[in-house]
Design a protein around this ligand. Structure first.
Ligand SMILES: *Cc1c(COP(=O)(O)O)cnc(C)c1O
Length: 376
């Protein structure tokens, strides 16, 4: 059996090696390391793929979120609502810009931001909602956009984990996540569904004026060379990373299909187990691209299961072990423990199994057997 890994980037690379190498070689031959034609080519290709008017490439997914918030002109003291159960980058940039993070609970079934919790958290100071499409599953965008419309709020989609997922509206129409809110961010960190071979990120928007503002912010606030109209940052996707992404974007749908196929096999194997809750497949159309495959372990010792799997050579991980509202950096006197019953439960129950594009049946079988063996 091929060695089990949470993410197998080497096997994936081996299959597309010739295209990737040629694409990188072109950058080396032309030395256009910064803002080379590869970056524009990727920007255009991604705009087409997502069906979004503007893609602004940048250095990583955390910058993308920060720049999106800067572009919207959010001011210190503005309240920004986001999920308590997510990677820290989301809340980090809110705090860094001296905006006020307002963490709210998530839904048990989707592990995404709870619409009821958002409603309760809205105040006259609320300016934006940041839904995270966690683990590859689209958040409930229709309800979120409706709330935003009612309360005049911006919606910033953190799409670092769900690029390529479709959101299906009640009328049956579909959009790619990241193309629905006022602005969205993504990450091309190597292990993400569309990963480069270093750091990378992008911001998406359908708003022409906002896109113009964002293009200046990523480039030191310059709209005309050496004229700095606003305070900006230096955040670029370099040409080598763009070259890698140009070689990989044509495979993204197949990659997501492979992840969904692996998740479907896991789900069948764990169906109706009294200690295992599997992620619901296709809760709302093809809305899940399984950045992570995350189970809930109930009435059993999750940490002992982890140890058992590690002894069997099956990698696994806890995403995420601590709620953001309990992290030292984000403590706030306004939070009460009973505001976060779902997150507080999830951090004790979740376990993520290996999930990537190269999992074969033998590997999935071994992982499944190893999990089931623990409960015998
Ligand atoms: C990975 C990730 C980010 C940050 O992306 P980087 O490219 O690592 O900066 C932000 N939000 C979420 C939900 C992520 O998973």
């Amino acid at each position: 059996m091929k060695k089990l890994q949470m993410v197998d980037l080497k096997s994936q690379y081996d299959k597309i090696k010739d295209t990737v190498n040629a694409s990188i070689q072109e950058v080396l031959d032309t030395t256009t390391y910064i803002n080379g034609p590869q970056v524009h080519q990727f920007q255009n290709a991604l705009e087409g793929y997502l069906d979004v008017k503007h893609v602004i490439p940048c250095a990583n997914g955390t910058d993308a979120l920060q720049i999106a918030m800067m572009g919207l002109g959010l001011k210190p003291g503005d309240e920004v609502i986001t999920a308590d159960f997510t990677f820290a980058a989301t809340v980090e940039v809110i705090a860094l810009l001296q905006l006020t993070p307002v963490l709210v609970d998530v839904d048990m079934e989707t592990m995404n931001i709870s619409i009821d919790a958002i409603k309760k958290a809205i105040t006259p100071n609320t300016k934006a909602i940041v839904p995270v499409h966690l683990f590859g599953r689209a958040a409930n965008m229709e309800a979120i956009m409706q709330l935003a419309l009612e309360h005049d709020l911006y919606v910033i989609e953190d799409n670092a984990q769900a690029i390529g997922a479709n959101y299906t509206f009640k009328d049956g129409s579909k959009k790619k996540v990241g193309a629905i809110g006022h602005v969205a961010s993504t990450s091309f960190f190597p292990s993400k569904n569309l990963g480069c071979y270093g750091d990378g990120g992008a911001i998406f928007t359908n708003d022409d004026a906002l896109a113009h503002t964002l293009r200046g912010i990523v480039n030191h606030g310059m709209y005309v060379r050496y004229h700095h109209d606003v305070v900006g940052v230096n955040s670029r996707l370099d040409s080598v990373q763009a070259a890698v992404l140009n070689a990989k974007l044509p495979h993204l749908n197949d990659y997501n299909k492979a992840r969904r196929a692996a998740a479907a096999k896991y789900n069948v194997a764990f169906a109706n187990h009294k200690n295992i809750v599997t992620p619901v497949f296709d809760l709302n159309g093809d809305d899940h691209v399984f950045h992570q495959y995350t189970l809930r372990i109930i009435d059993a010792d999750r940490n002992a299961l982890m140890e058992h799997l590690q002894n069997k050579g099956v990698p696994c991980a806890i995403y995420y072990p601590i709620p953001l509202h309990s992290q030292k950096a984000y403590l706030d006197v306004r939070y009460r423990e009973d505001d976060f019953p779902v997150t507080n439960q999830l951090v004790n129950e979740v376990i993520s199994l290996p999930m990537h594009t190269e999992l074969d049946d033998e590997q999935i079988g071994f992982i499944v057997d190893s999990v089931l063996e623990f409960f015998k």
